[in-house]
Ligand binder design. Structure first.
Ligand code: FAD
Length: 402
């Protein structure tokens, strides 16, 4: 086979090149933030990209989420380290113009309301500092000066000053608007087609679309495509959104993250553990308030009991919310892997297929960086960060087949 313009590379020869001088053609399944990012960076490198979505851009979790680009919320270990890379990726592309006006730096405040929560926040702060993150202890008086009206129950807080915010659907739109990719809406992929031991395209209903390589970035839709039913589960999240403040810009000086959210992320079960509270001040002056974590729920309905529980906790943490109108509630579906880590890398048994899914509640933060990393893998290049802990290979003994 003749090498194409994409190989060979530092990361070994390009396993996805075909014997022609035409550019690599990649079928990307899923037009969420991850697929859009992969498509953008593949196209920027000269590949031909067909983006396929069962519905349309940002129709999945990306369009029904909050936008915390937060290292503060991550479990210690690979997730915290990768989130630092991912946030730096946002900063870099805010500076070079790609994410200009869409990514905003702002602090995360981790707040505790009981002695047990204060202990959890302190331990988490130590983990963040050990990972190289700036962490500032904030006493109640200082916190009240920064966030007037904060609830009486708040007894301890840490500020993580280098976090940020971006709305997933805005980032997705920007990535697509700035690339030459072919987007096909209402194009549900039912099968990845293999020929002579490697991927040669996909089936969209009865239509065969040939491709040199396939990226599966279909969020929870990746599970049936890859036979990951037991490994990748849907986790519904409900949120509420308020009206706008009369003043422009965020209504408070940072993102409030309750210890209950950290507990949910660190796998610590509490009585009301299906709610991990965050109060997120948007650039519009609105608040996004969330959210629930409901396993094996893939519907998009909201219910009064869950929304009421979220709002009760939110009012305890930040009573001034009582003066705001709740405009609407909505729900999105996260894709959660059994071991809590995303699944990113070449398919263990299907040459020509790369997987990038399982981002649970972290895909707005990680998505652009992970999409770019998946693009590098498809191009035969080494990703900027070590992704070995996310490798689909770890699931081989479990269930990745099909
Ligand atoms: C309530 C809530 C709050 C959140 N808050 C945050 C937050 O603050 N910070 C953060 O970092 N993350 C957050 N997340 C998580 C984040 O939204 C997701 O991790 C991220 O959007 C996942 O992006 P994705 O591209 O992998 O998947 P998705 O956005 O789900 O995109 C997958 C796409 O694939 C398409 N698709 C599925 N199956 C097929 C098929 N067979 N053929 C063709 N197309 C298909 C779907 O239509 C969809 O458009 C939140 C999520 C929820 C639900």
């Amino acid at each position: 086979m003749k090498p194409t313009r994409f190989g060979p590379s530092l990361y070994g020869t390009n396993r996805f090149c075909m014997a022609s001088s035409s550019p690599l053609h990649v079928a990307v399944i899923g037009t969420g933030i991850v697929g859009a990012s992969a498509a953008h960076f593949l196209a920027a490198a000269g590949a031909r990209v067909t983006l396929l979505d069962a519905s349309g851009p940002a129709a999945g979790a990306t369009g029904a989420s909050d936008g915390a680009v937060s290292v503060a919320s991550k479990r210690p270990g690979p997730m915290m380290d990768l989130a630092r890379h991912a946030r730096a990726f946002y900063v870099r592309h805010e500076r070079d113009g790609l994410f200009r006006g869409l990514f905003h730096r702002r602090s995360t405040f981790l707040v505790a309301r009981t002695a047990i929560e204060a202990d959890l926040v302190t331990r988490h702060g130590a983990d963040l500092a050990a990972a190289g993150e700036r962490v500032v202890e904030v006493d109640r008086a200082t916190l009240l000066a920064r966030i007037p009206g904060l609830g009486d129950s708040v007894c301890a807080a840490l500020e993580i000053p280098d976090d940020g915010h971006a709305l997933g659907y805005e980032i997705t739109q920007r990535l697509l608007a700035t690339s030459r990719v072919d987007i096909r809406r209402n194009a549900p992929v039912s099968e990845i087609v293999m020929r002579a031991g490697r991927a040669c395209g996909v089936l969209i209903r009865d239509e065969f679309l040939p491709a040199d390589a396939v990226l599966v970035a279909a969020g929870i839709g990746s599970a049936p495509l890859l036979g990951l039913g037991e490994i990748l589960i849907p986790r519904k999240g409900q949120m509420a959104v308020t009206d706008r403040a009369t003043t422009a810009g965020p209504a408070i000086d940072g993102h409030l993250m309750a210890a209950s959210y950290l507990a949910a992320k660190r796998g610590i079960v509490r009585d009301n553990s299906h709610i991990g509270l965050v109060i997120d001040p948007l650039m519009t002056g609105q608040f996004l308030i969330g959210g629930s974590r409901e396993d094996h729920r893939s519907d998009h309905s909201t219910d009064a009991v869950t929304i009421a529980a979220i709002l009760r906790e939110a009012l305890d943490l930040y009573p001034p919310l009582a003066a705001r109108r709740v405009l609407r509630s909505f729900a999105g579906v996260r894709s959660a892997s059994r071991d809590g880590l995303p699944i990113v890398g070449p398919h263990p048994h299907r040459p020509g297929v790369v997987i990038a899914t399982g981002f649970e509640g972290d895909g707005i933060c990680l998505g652009p960086f992970m999409g770019a990393s998946a693009a590098r893998l498809l191009l035969g290049e080494r990703p900027e960060a070590d992704l070995s802990s996310l490798s689909p290979q770890r699931l081989v003994r479990a269930e990745v087949h099909a």
